[in-house]
Design a protein around this ligand. Structure first.
Ligand code: KG4
Ligand code: ZN
Length: 333
């Protein structure tokens, strides 16, 4: 018998619901992004995000079922992102999931947001183990070793800013509007690497640090301004992106070699970055590594990835009861 997971994701500024068959097949997904609203404020405003989730969640659930041509009777279980994320936003999706589970008497499956980002790749191609996952988003920069489904061993992570956060902050100082990441990426392809920026935390660990690099950009911009000069945004974007891509690639390739792993997956919003995709593709070809990066629609927050992860959590017997609470921060497990 097939397993149909109805998944809900509301950890930040996307209200999303999806129905996934057997962890791999997307039946229907609806993503309602609030990005245009938050763009007016230069970033996500948590209070506005939760209010918009409240307004939209029921509609998005109904729309997804209609799109799938299914009813709740066809659904095996409900999966939901319970953390990490914005607490107010998470609570809305969680309440909706609990209500559905209670009303229709379905199992409730708690899914960690990062497990979701990793399992987005399972919608592209069945994950092969062991693998290394590079998870890069607005809130995370993690290198994770997985020897089998749902086994997560963190090798390293950021000590300060997440890589997406650094992109968004650098965007602001070079006058690129929110959300900065995609636009900085675009500019980086139009400029030259002329600015002398440091390669951040170039050591033997699997940890990352982007706040120094970000500060170096801010200082350069300020110094140039004081001298009455303007910086060239394209060249700053190229210089910044080159350092980011260099350090992410270097540590990821080292992890693959050290752990003797032949499968690499990249996940999270920053996986949409073209510069990184190009560089990793080249390195993986040269080193005989099987690289999977999901399509852009699966890189940014969506419920399809929660449904894919939720299926394996369900198979492992993971269940939550109605006391499940939202967690602003939570270790991947
Ligand atoms: O995974 P995501 O949608 O949300 C979080 O869970 O954080 O990631 C959003 C982050 C933002 O910081 C955004 O600027 C960044 O991903 N991002 C990019 C690109 N596309 C999105 N960063 C660099 N290059 C991109 N092409
Ligand atoms: Zn995310």
């Amino acid at each position: 018998m097939n397993t149909y997971i109805l998944a809900i994701e509301s950890s930040c500024d996307e209200t999303s619901v999806s129905i996934i068959k057997d962890g791999q097949e997307e039946i229907a997904t609806v993503v309602l992004s609030q990005m245009d609203t938050h763009a007016n404020y230069g970033g996500v405003v948590p209070e506005i995000a939760s209010r918009m989730h409240i307004e939209n969640i029921t509609l998005v659930i109904e729309k997804t079922l209609t799109k799938a041509n299914m009813t709740m009777d066809d659904i095996t279980a409900i999966a939901v992102t319970y953390g990490p994320g914005l607490i107010g936003s998470l609570l809305i999706g969680l309440m909706a999931a609990k209500t559905l589970a209670f009303t229709y008497n379905k199992p409730l499956i708690p899914v960690h947001h990062i497990a979701g980002h990793i399992y987005a790749n399972n919608l592209v191609q069945r994950l092969e183990f062991p693998l290394i996952a590079l998870v890069i988003s607005g809130g995370h920069t993690d290198l994770i070793y997985m020897k089998e489904d749902y086994s997560f061993e963190k090798l390293g992570g950021t000590l300060d800013d997440a890589v997406g956060e650094a992109y968004d902050k650098v965007a602001r100082v070079i006058n690129v509007p929110y959300p900065g990441g995609p636009l900085v990426d675009k500019l980086a392809h139009q400029g030259e690497d002329t600015y002398n920026l440091p390669l951040p935390l170039d050591d033997d660990s699997y940890n990352f640090s982007f706040s120094g690099l970000k500060s170096a950009v801010i200082n350069l911009v300020h110094n140039e301004k004081q001298r009455g000069n303007e910086i060239i945004p394209e060249n700053m974007a190229t210089s910044f992106q080159n350092r980011v891509v260099e350090i992410l690639t270097k540590k990821t390739m080292k992890a693959l070699k050290t752990y003797n792993v032949k499968n690499l997956i990249v996940a999270g919003g920053v996986a949409a970055n073209k510069g990184l995709r190009e560089r990793l593709t080249k390195e993986c070809e040269e080193n005989n590594i099987n690289l999977i990066i999901p399509e852009i629609k699966y890189c940014t927050d969506n419920a399809a990835m929660i449904g894919a992860a939720g299926y394996y959590a369900y198979k492992l017997g993971r269940r939550a009861d109605l006391s499940l609470n939202a967690k602003a921060s939570e270790r991947l497990n």
